[in-house]
Design a binder for this molecule. Sequence first.
Ligand code: PGA
Length: 258
Amino acid sequence: MAKPKREILIVGNWKTNPSTLGAARKLFLEIRDRMKMRMPAVSVVIVPPTPFIADLARLSPSGRIALGAQTVSPYDDGAHTGETAASMLASVSARYVVVGHSERRALGEDDATIATAVRAAMKRKLITILCVGETTRDKQGSYFTTVETQLTAALSGLPKASLGNLVVAYEPVWAIGTGNTATPEDAHEMKLFIQKVLVDQFGRTAAEKIRIIYGGSVNPKNASALLTDGAVDGFLVGGASLRASDFISIIHAARDHA
Ligand code: PGA
């Protein structure tokens, strides 16, 4: 597949951290102020807990750091206690949303719910980061089938016109929060596989619009090699995004690569 030059996407997934708005503001400002200026070739996104999105968005009015949510309801509105709809996220300046993270799948989110949530997010023009990834790796390579099944279930029938707003995050579950990062070669192999599945599903021209990023124990030491040899289009960063200096180092690795 031809490789159009595109922005690298660095997304910090804060998960259920930090515990107060005050601490979230402090961390956000530390990252914002250390970034100094917008880097044209790198898009930086922070995905904080949902109650903090609106407040943090006001701290970056120029959009130097974009905001996103960690999940979105499959429902547009109505009697669904506890759900947050895509329209609500968009109305508090969230531009991105993560869908199908393995920690949500572990809580019971199934493929059908994830597929509906992807459509709900797309309808509101949120840039949708769909997470896929195997729990374990076996010698027979059945992890490829796992990833293909997750992709097909979440995306089949999606209008081609919406694919520019889609990002696929390959996040092997065994790499998340463990320090066991996928090797750049393994990340690259899976990126090529995901591209092939997307081309089969949508055709080459449409599939080329979809960025493929990597997540799972990304840190300042492994970021450059994953970008250069793994050839991924960016990262979904968990633990390291809670340490401003580490997150900035990863952003700088992306800037230097771009
Ligand atoms: P990690 O998390 O960087 O802490 O491994 C990544 C993620 O869960 O998105």
